[in-house]
Ligand binder design. Sequence first.
Ligand code: TXA
Ligand code: MG
Length: 412
Amino acid sequence: WWADENSKGTAEASAVIEASEALRSSDIPVGFPTETVYGLGADATRSAAVQGIYKAKKRPSDNPLIIHVDSIEMINRLLNPTTTTTTPSTKIPAIYEPLISRFWPGPLTILLPNPPGSLLAKEVTANLPTFGVRMPSSAFARLLIHVTDRPLAAPSANASTKPSPTTAQHVYHDLKGRINLILDGGACGVGVESTVVDGLSSPPAILRPGGIGIEEIRACPGWENVQVGYHDSALQHGKEAPRAPGMKYRHYSPKARVILFEAGSDLPSITGRVKQDLLGTGFSTETRRKIGIVRTRKWPVTIALTPDAELAQSAESQSQEVLAEDESNGVSAVRIREVSVLLEEGIGATVYDIDLGSEAEAIARGLFAALRSLDELNVDAIYIEGIRDDEGDLAAAVMNRIRKAAEVSVAI
Ligand code: TXA
Ligand code: MG
């Protein structure tokens, strides 16, 4: 579409050019799409530009950023800052070869040693001896990097602690007034961030679960013994430091309290809990109670409509579709049904019900949009049905994000 005569292609081309000019000359970062989530990009070789990312996101500066490249050649330049020949003396460690040939371009980030005299701004690595790098599969992202002709440092383009953005509208919501430009590539196809792997340690480790599954990585030569180097719990409580610094912070959290029911939780205990919460003191008695329900595999439709038999009789109204977010291309659109229920004499509640479907891929794609939409509706609490984290390549990433967002986790 780059040379396309139609107006959409021309508009996209000039947007990419405008964004790459901003990346080269300004210190205010640019929002751009990748296949995982939207990134907040800056020229990784300029300190002032990279500082602009931390400022816009209000991100702690000890949390390093991922570098995005469009070619192996760009990585070779980073590994060999003083070499001018085309045959690099420092190469990407051989252990990464099977991963690169299988998963790049795509949602996989690898750690590489940051060489003396590095071209990268020191703010990128937060003083670590390594840098994280990936080649995104989004053609839009790679074109932007190519035209800019710079490696781009980019964290997810959300305000720190919020769910990652999977549409340009999410980025605008969090960062308006703090950035000048967002490239809109529609909704992200994967919906959760890249898998971060460390092949420099022995045995190699997965530092963050993401768009490439653990079993897919384990199937690669040299990665049979890959260790899981992350925890799913929200905070580490000062215990051992996580190996990916970002994993220690509160993450992916909407304003509302998130209550996770691990896969297999039984329905009566869930409905009991929901009703108890709604009638309990955590909720304002002045205003009508509002809750969100995010269903995945097993919870029946009626969990949202009629949390128990008693309520079935007193449901005030039938369901009604309220909103479908992101009209741009619908990939991460979530459909929300609004249902009014009467809990007790004089106490009503509104339930917003989202069904993400049963496939881990679809759940990953819609999860962050679901949390964000429910926040927009000002619900007091969000009840989520978990999935087993070993069912499907994206399941571990999905459950990692939900567990980090959850304030309460109900185990089976
Ligand atoms: O899919 C993604 O990876 C997205 C898109 C925009 O590409 N980016 C992203 O970046 O999720 P961010 O900054 O939100 O998360 C980066 C993660 C953090 O957990 C960080 O601690 C870890 O990668 N990380 C980055 N560099 C590292 C390093 N040198 N050593 C260990 N962990 C590193
Ligand atoms: Mg992030």
